[in-house]
Design a protein around this ligand. Structure first.
Ligand SMILES: NC(=O)c1ccc[n+]([C@@H]2O[C@H](COP(=O)([O-])OP(=O)(O)OC[C@H]3O[C@@H](n4cnc5c(N)ncnc54)[C@H](O)[C@@H]3O)[C@@H](O)[C@H]2O)c1
Length: 255
């Protein structure tokens, strides 16, 4: 799918990996809508990047708000061709903590944003994409989701986060198979350690310990490097149903 001239929607596009993707898609000539709960950062990024970048306050866990975001992205661009799902929350909480078992609602909240929120965006965007004219390859849309290497090597305290991201990985193949008849591809990126506000929210010692484990390059990834893979997923018609680790060969230790 050619990015220039297409309509794109980026959930979680106000910050970090999503913001890096918004910048790249806009630079490549897409009309981009940022859907994020963070109004201030989302509106500021849209204002900075000019008239082809829009912002709509959106909680990905809400069916109504996500539908409004899809409608907005479709209206401003004329059609929606690309969805990149970056909205997510990270938690590190033990199942058996000092105050007893983890309250169930804390587990459910992570699943609601990272897994159900991703699915919510995918299902509504796919419905809009299915109405597009197909290009020469028969493509009507491309969806890029964000998992995490925690889906595969989750650390102590990451049960909820890892489960939510493993859920994202698990739905790639069935969605690719189902959406094939509509000419819609879907794939996900499993980032390792990336330099974003989410990473910065971890304790400094935890960041240093993780950085020391990355074989090469021995540093956190940059949002532009995530965006480069998202771009490739959008542009390469053969990439479908897969999750690609983007992690400098990092395999996380138990803690
Ligand atoms: N940074 C990393 O090292 C790393 C590693 C692996 C996976 N990831 C994943 O990458 C994605 C982006 O993370 P990031 O590092 O850029 O974090 P970030 O905190 O910088 O950005 C996440 C964005 O999601 C938005 N968001 C949160 N809940 C939302 C909701 N309910 N509805 C709409 N928007 C919501 C936030 O407002 C924020 O703008 C997340 O899914 C995260 O789990 C990040």
């Amino acid at each position: 799918m050619q990015i220039a001239g297409c309509g794109a929607l980026v959930t979680g596009g106000a910050s970090g990996l999503g913001a890096g993707t918004v910048r790249r898609l806009a630079a490549l000539g897409a009309t981009v809508t940022i859907a994020d709960v963070n109004q201030e950062a989302g509106a500021a990024l849209a204002a900075e990047l000019g008239e082809r970048v829009h912002f709509i306050a959106t909680d990905v866990t809400s069916a109504e708000q996500m539908q409004a975001a899809v409608a907005h992205a479709t209206a401003v661009a004329g059609a929606l061709h690309v969805l990149v799902c970056c909205a997510g929350v990270a938690t590190a909480e033990r199942t058996l903590g000092k105050e007893g078992p983890l309250p169930l609602e804390r587990f459910a909240r992570v699943i609601a944003v990272n897994l159900t929120g991703t699915y919510n965006a995918v299902r509504l965007a796919a419905a809009a994409m299915a109405r597009n004219m197909a290009n020469d390859e028969g493509e009507r849309g491309v969806i890029v989701c964000t998992a995490s290497i925690a889906a595969f090597d989750g650390q102590v305290g990451q049960a909820a986060y890892s489960a939510s991201k493993a859920g994202v990985v698990g739905m790639m193949l069935p969605l690719a198979r189902e959406l094939a008849r509509h000419g819609i591809r879907i794939a996900s990126i499993a980032p390792g350690m990336f330099d974003t506000p989410m990473l910065a929210s971890l304790p400094e010692a935890a960041i240093a310990a993780l950085a020391a484990q990355v074989p090469f390059p021995p540093r956190p990834g940059r949002p532009a490097e995530y965006a480069a893979l998202a771009q490739h997923m959008i542009e390469n018609p053969m990439l479908n149903g897969e999750t690609i680790r983007l992690d400098g060969a990092l395999r996380m230790a138990p803690r």
